[in-house]
Design a protein around this ligand. Sequence first.
Ligand code: ASP
Length: 340
Amino acid sequence: MKSNVLIIYTGGTIGMVMDPKSHTFVPFDFKHLYQQVPELGKFDLNISVNSFDKPIDSSDMNIEDWVKIASTIKENYNDYDGFVVLHGTDTMAFTASALSFMLENLNKPVILTGAQLPIGVIRTDGKENLITAIEIAGAKQNNEPIVKEVAIYFEYKLYRGNRTHKYNAEHFDAFKSPNYPILAEAGIDIDYNYQALNKQVGGTLNVSSAMNCNIGVLKLFPGITPSLVKSIFSIDGIKAVIVETFGSGNGTTRKWFLDEIEQAVRNGVIVLNITQCNQGSVEQGRYATSIGLKNAGVIGGMDMTFEAAVTKLMYLLGNYSDIDEIKKLLQLNLRGEISC
Ligand code: ASP
């Protein structure tokens, strides 16, 4: 039986053209992309396309767009074996992380991909990315999809979506998964890392579209002022603040800073500690410079990426009202986003 794959085209460089007037890349109609890849016709798969009415640069991605992608997957879930989401690279790691939380009980592949060069450009990386992403989305073993999670395929590698980060704005090899092994590598064959792939989950697919955006981010730096810290915690309606700390979760031990954090926690704001380092984990209490944060009630984010932390908070705040339950779930591994 041939696999059925649905491509959801949201925009991004892969389908952009140069606007001769403004000399900038602007999104173009999907038909343009399809004509550029006649190889799609040679696949031993059934491919269908669903396109955003107005394709966007991924810097314009918003919650409504995530809901649109997740709902399209839900509506077509029983008719397709896998999904490919064509997306700009700039916020691809955020969308992949968000979808991993929004798509509860996912048991099919949702593969995000895009390109650093438009598909019409001779040296484009878009063709290989698109073709292999489709192959992975349609891949089965014993009549079961091999990949049962949200992943990013880029430059010969498949990554767990909520572990990725865009780290290079120029190279074709634009993504990294600093704290989790790659899920597959494409060479002559596609070599799957079965050990690292998600296992089957029970239940039927449910799309959770309630995402609460009332969160803030406080990136620490030497010399940070009390007024800046105060201003973040005084934002109207703020529910959670991600504090991006140094090293393994450290910050200044100045009294005004710890007092401010302690007061925010007492006021019911969830404070989540994420490291500014690209690799490694937060370990509150390892250094004296993180004990104050721990004692103030700050939650250690372990090795979560910034993208996963933002979207997990949005998802939990949108779906749970009990603050202690949210704090507990933040520290649990829900979709493979943290190492236990
Ligand atoms: N600005 C583009 C976007 O994220 C870049 C890309 O597609 O790679 O939509």
